[in-house]
Design a binder for this molecule. Structure first.
Ligand SMILES: Nc1ncnc2c1ncn2[C@@H]1O[C@H](COP(=O)(O)OP(=O)(O)OP(=O)(O)O)[C@@H](O)[C@H]1O
Length: 335
């Protein structure tokens, strides 16, 4: 290739020359491009990229520009702080109201909408995400320097990490508060790749794990789940207070297990009452995010690690609708 000295170029012409050699994806990131004394000086936006992706981007720019006759050397500055990953907590006061099921299905629905999502199973004592996201028995790897766990890829385009992937079942039961806090930090600070949204499936209640999570990794917002029973609602209100004290905005309240549709006769009954959560949300001035009916299909799908939100039948629809509200909140700050 001829590398003989060239006539001085105008900045616009230099930029055009550089842009012509780069792919559209890289051009999209370019903030400035100059050639100074046969050296290309590139500024590119990389705030959303993982460390590995930043290295790849630099290599791709260099490989594209070095063959140009006008360029002997390439200098690249990548701008943008690594964008902070957004954390959304999914909580309930009472156990067994479907918090884990909701977390899994919101994550799957958001991934299908193009978001890069991960799930942290914060239920250190009773992890359920390995089963729900079909990753049971998989052990997470570690980064080459051994300092971080590497999140596991589930079959649903959602990354996941749970204590259930790390310790033998039942082992964490003997752990005390500080150990659970450390364990959760290990999960949050893992290598999540290009994931930019993490949903944390919190254990029920207002105990150590919730408190340590709020103080160490203040979530950007919280989704509360309740069944329509009064008792569950009272506990949901307590969980809401915990978030408010921790200055975590409550995104809204979801009603789960409302309206059981009998698969035999189609009759709809309301084993836990109906509409209670929506009224309750209105009274507390918390947005109501939607209602997920109690269906046998949802329960069976959960047990088999086939999240309903990965499909397109009527059991997927409520999760998709709630995920759309959550996505709107993430983008605009309002549902
Ligand atoms: N809408 C629903 N329809 C049918 N079954 C459901 C529904 N939501 C949750 N379940 C079932 O109820 C059980 C409890 O759900 P899940 O584990 O999601 O609740 P949780 O609030 O996370 O519980 P825990 O307090 O143990 O963390 C599971 O067997 C799940 O499959």
């Amino acid at each position: 290739m001829d590398k003989s000295p060239q006539e001085p170029r105008q900045p616009a012409a230099e930029e055009a020359l550089i842009r012509a050699a780069l792919t559209p994806e890289i051009n999209h990131r370019l903030r400035s491009a100059r050639i100074v004394a046969r050296r290309a000086v590139i500024v590119a936006e990389a705030g959303d990229l993982s460390d590995a992706a930043r290295v790849e981007l630099e290599a791709a720019i260099t490989a594209a520009l070095i063959p140009l006759a006008e360029i002997d050397e390439v200098r690249i500055a990548l701008t943008g702080e690594r964008r902070r990953r957004r954390l959304i907590a999914v909580g309930s006061g009472k156990g067994g109201v479907g918090k884990s099921t909701l977390t899994t299905n919101l994550a799957v629905a958001l991934a299908r909408m193009g978001r890069k999502v991960g799930v942290i199973d914060g239920d250190i004592y009773g992890p359920s995400q390995p089963k729900l996201l079909k990753t049971e028995g998989i052990k997470p790897g570690a980064t080459p320097d051994g300092s971080q766990l590497v999140a596991i890829d589930s079959p649903y385009n959602v990354k996941v990490l749970s204590m259930g992937h790390i310790v033998a079942p039942g082992k964490a039961l003997a752990w005390r508060g500080p150990m659970t806090g450390k364990a959760l930090t290990q999960l949050v600070d893992a290598d999540w790749g290009d994931t930019d949204l993490l949903l944390i499936d919190l254990p029920p209640g207002t105990g150590d794990v919730q408190l340590s999570m709020l103080s160490a990794h203040r979530p950007d917002g919280a989704v509360l789940v309740s069944t329509p029973q009064d008792l569950a609602l009272i506990d949901a209100a307590r969980a809401g207070q915990l978030f408010e004290q921790g200055e975590v905005p409550i995104i809204g309240l979801v009603e789960n297990m409302a309206g059981y549709c009998c698969p035999e006769c189609g009759h709809i009954s309301d084993p836990f009452g109906s509409g209670g959560v929506e009224k309750f949300a209105a009274a507390l001035e918390i947005p109501f995010l939607g209602r997920v009916p109690l269906t046998l299909a949802t329960r069976i799908a959960g047990d088999q690690g086939n999240p309903p939100a990965a499909g397109d039948d009527e059991t997927a629809a409520p999760f998709r609708a709630i995920a759309e509200k959550l996505a709107r909140w993430l983008d605009t700050g309002t549902v």
